[in-house]
Design a protein around this ligand. Structure first.
Ligand code: HAM
Length: 436
């Protein structure tokens, strides 16, 4: 029988990669924490309507990419049985959670989240059907300064992940307020309609669903029409213009480099005013590492009180292709028994050391040579050897695996000895365990 494989577009994250992803998420969370974002999590499944209403039923995510979830058997009566979806993104779900639990909180509420998202897209480099995002959402502030702070946080994340020298750019645009966006949308519809037959098939589809998205087209045949398309600036209300001007000035004031990208539109319907992406040329054709924007109006769409909001999310898999921040594995101490009769004692020693906060590898190889080979593979810094003599006395041989030097150490002195001799990285915070 052929071995079962992971589902197309998903991947197993084995320790080396997963450690790196976790490390990156921790780096991102630390930056978010500095900006005052509190961690929170929403479920992987939501009512489908949470996304349909907010991302827009004409968006690619809702039209083509949402995983529908059917729980239980067809005979079960549950009004929600077939109305659930695996979350394709976090913002709508975070807003739903805020409406359910957070409307009494002092505003702005600043939340950080991380976890798997699901989209039925065509898999390619940096694009998965199950991928991981880390993101922030700042809810309850309509100030353009909040947009600046949110982008400053995003920029700091990219710096902390050390992707700088591959060339990343913060691209910023405004979509204007509700009315401005609608005026621009109408103008784009009128303009692209004139060339409907000459547009790519995808852009023809987008024309009716969401003409803004034609500006995102990567098809060559759309190029010349995109170049002449009306720009949002002609449709912005004076208030929207002022808002965007304030945001741009704020970025300059903080010394954050950005490019005003006038045809940046974003694929999700909920955006108003500021939209931004941090892009690079280095991750396939889908080059956004991080993306976000303001979504005033989203709360009302979900049945909540008027609550402006802005945030971003970044894709861990995409960032992992570039990030140079590396997880550094803390070295461990190996415990090795030279004979299987001493195995139980060796295991007790390993547990004793772990109880004192030492990271220990016990390889279950009751043979000195094999034990040392494993310790080498596991990059241990030292090995505690238990042989016949050490079983009789209450001591162990500690071998320094970097230089081969050995010392006999009494077991009741072992923790103190290891603490004094090896780097603090082997210490994981002491829990105490007494040795029998
Ligand atoms: P998004 O642009 O759909 O926005 O996704 C944000 C980031 O998630 C992308 O820039 C990319 O790095 C990553 N990403 C998206 N799809 C995939 C995929 N199939 N495979 C790998 N990585 C992917 C949102 O999701 C919004 N919720 C962002 C936001 C937060 N806006 C306001 N607050």
């Amino acid at each position: 029988m052929m071995a079962q494989q992971a589902v197309r577009g998903t991947q197993d994250l084995l320790p080396h990669t997963y450690r790196q992803h976790l490390h990156m998420m921790e780096v991102i969370q630390r930056v978010a924490d500095n900006y005052g974002y509190e961690p929170m999590a929403t479920p992987f499944i939501e009512q489908r309507s949470v996304f349909v209403r907010t991302l827009g039923d004409g968006s690619d995510v809702v039209m083509k990419e949402m995983y529908h979830v059917v729980g239980g058997s067809a005979s079960q009566e549950d009004e929600h049985r077939d109305m659930l979806a695996l979350r394709p993104e976090g913002t709508a779900a975070v807003m739903r959670a805020f409406i359910n639990h957070g409307q009494h909180l002092s505003l702005p509420v600043k939340w950080f989240y991380r976890g798997a998202m699901f989209r039925y897209e065509r898999p390619q480099k940096g694009r998965w059907r199950q991928f991981h995002q880390a993101g922030v959402e700042a809810l309850g502030s309509a100030s353009p300064d909040m947009d600046v702070e949110v982008m400053a946080c995003a920029w700091d994340v990219l710096r902390a992940l050390d992707v700088g020298d591959v060339g990343v750019t913060l691209e910023v645009n405004t979509l204007g307020d509700d009315e401005s966006k609608q005026r621009w949308r109408d103008a784009l519809y009128a303009y692209f309609s004139r060339y409907e037959k000459e547009l790519s098939p995808l852009s023809q589809q987008r024309l009716r669903r969401n003409p803004l998205r034609i500006l995102d087209s990567k098809e060559k045949q759309d190029e010349k029409f995109k170049a002449e398309a009306p720009l949002v600036r002609a449709y912005l209300s004076p208030e929207s213009q002022r808002f965007f001007h304030h945001v741009c000035e704020g970025l300059t004031h903080l010394g954050i480099p950005y490019r005003h990208h006038e045809s940046l539109v974003r694929g999700l319907d909920y955006y108003r005013h500021t939209a931004f992406e941090i892009v690079t040329d280095h991750v396939g054709s889908h080059n956004a590492l991080l993306a976000g924007g303001r979504y005033d109006g989203l709360a009302e769409t979900l049945g909540g009180k008027k609550t402006p909001g802005i945030g971003w999310a970044c894709g861990i898999e995409r960032l992992a292709l570039l990030s140079k921040t590396m997880y550094k594995k803390a070295p461990s101490v190996a415990v090795i028994a030279s004979h299987e009769d001493y195995g139980r004692e060796a295991l007790a020693l390993a547990c004793f050391l772990r109880g004192h906060g030492v990271k220990v590898d016990y390889g279950f190889k009751p043979q000195l040579r094999k034990g040392l080979q494993r310790a080498d593979k596991m990059s241990c810094c030292a090995a505690c050897l238990l042989g016949e003599e050490e079983m009789k006395g209450r001591d162990v041989i500690v071998r320094n695996l970097r230089d081969g030097a050995q010392e006999r150490v009494a077991r009741d002195q072992l923790v103190t000895y290891l603490r004094a001799t090896y780097p603090s990285s082997v210490w994981r915070g002491a829990r105490t365990r007494t040795m029998s």
